[in-house]
Design a protein around this ligand. Structure first.
Ligand SMILES: NC(=O)c1ccc[n+]([C@@H]2O[C@H](COP(=O)([O-])OP(=O)(O)OC[C@H]3O[C@@H](n4cnc5c(N)ncnc54)[C@H](OP(=O)(O)O)[C@@H]3O)[C@@H](O)[C@H]2O)c1
Length: 326
């Protein structure tokens, strides 16, 4: 009998229901690849965008009429069960985590990946569920705070959406860097976000940060609920507005603020950075886990068979931390 893997296919763009379970022959790793038995994989907003084919301006990149790579999922954690003859970084039995990147297919039982990709050995201190989400909120927010905003000790940062995947990681990363952290969320998440390290929490259902007098060196809008125009007056003279959600107004603000200097707007696609840089960031995040300053937040864990349900929850816009399938 041929060994098979189970995965989830996105045959066409659309709602979570377009996801279809599929089985495929278990691949043998190529010379530079490793075969991983996946224990947990992330269900992220980026996965939802890939499935829905949004925003439309991303379609030339994702696939015009249907997804170019039609398997679902990027972040994963599991065990190496076979290695190609040229692989030296990993051996059979290693617990590893990372991301499938543009190959997708992490919401599956197994996956073959390039051993030189964004993969590292997992720490015992992290469960597979926690490790599977490290490449979403933690890695993205680390890149935005340290590389894009160059957040410094003692600076003041406002994090919009402190309770989501990117936000819950950002609050912890900024607090660990010695910044003064203010974060926004709704009433039910206020205590949770304060517990992550925010010195001050603004309940956005009661207060509007633009109407408050405080100014920040960095405003990190993790969920794209503001704009550079709205936030500008709340930045210091050289403050940076950073946002991981690309829109035309943000694109325009980036171009304009680059020419005028002073306050700047910035976007980046963290996942498109070099594998080497992302592995370096991940190592810093692992050091934070070991030091007890970072703990990935999991809100819901679903069986892999319930991926459609997991996508529905992920897309509410109100998940706390991260969603995984196991
Ligand atoms: N550029 C990149 O490299 C990159 C990488 C990864 C992700 N992303 C993007 O980053 C975005 C955020 O992803 P995510 O997974 O962190 O989102 P998420 O987890 O779905 O965000 C949900 C959180 O946002 C909070 N929220 C909702 N409305 C809010 C508001 N008006 N003000 C403040 N908080 C609000 C919710 O808190 P309450 O329930 O309390 O309202 C909830 O906890 C997505 O658009 C994703 O595509 C970009």
């Amino acid at each position: 009998m041929t060994a098979t893997l189970s995965a989830w296919r996105i045959g066409r763009y659309g709602a979570p229901e377009v996801l279809r379970p599929v089985t495929r022959p278990l691949p043998a790793p190529g010379p530079a690849e490793i075969l991983i038995r996946i224990r947990a994989s992330a269900v992220t907003r980026a996965d939802g965008m890939m499935r829905a084919g949004t925003p439309l301006f991303a379609r030339p990149f994702l696939g015009l009429r249907r997804p170019r790579q039609n398997l679902s999922g990027t972040g994963l954690s599991g065990e190496v069960i076979a290695v190609g003859e040229k692989v030296t970084r990993f051996t059979v039995g290693d617990a590893v985590f990372g991301e499938a990147g543009l190959r997708f297919g992490a919401n599956a039982s197994h996956i073959c990946l390039d051993a030189g990709g964004v993969l590292l050995k997992k720490l015992e201190a992290l469960s597979h569920e926690e490790a599977a989400v490290m490449c979403d909120g933690p890695l993205t927010s680390y890149h935005f705070l340290h590389k894009i905003a160059q957040l410094q000790f003692g600076q003041h940062i406002l994090i919009l959406g402190g309770s989501g995947s990117l936000g819950s990681a950002a609050v912890q990363i900024a607090a660990a860097a010695g910044a003064h952290v203010t974060a926004t969320c709704s009433t039910r998440n206020v205590n949770f976000v304060a517990g992550l390290g925010a010195g001050r929490v603004i309940d956005y259902t009661k207060e509007d940060f633009t109407a408050l007098p405080d100014r920040y060196d960095v405003i990190y809008d993790t969920v794209g609920v503001s704009s550079f125009k709205m936030a500008r007056a709340r930045l210091t003279e050289t403050g940076r507005y950073i946002c991981p959600v690309l829109t035309l107004p943000l694109f325009g603000a980036m171009l304009k603020s680059r020419m005028t200097g002073g306050r700047r707007a910035r976007f980046a696609a963290a996942g498109l950075q070099s594998h080497e840089l992302l592995r370096t960031h991940l190592k810093c995040l692992l050091a934070m886990v070991e030091a007890g300053t970072l703990s990935p937040v999991l809100s819901r864990v679903y069986p892999l068979a319930d991926l459609i349900e997991a996508h529905r929850h992920m897309e509410t816009g109100h998940k706390r931390g991260n969603v995984v399938v196991v």
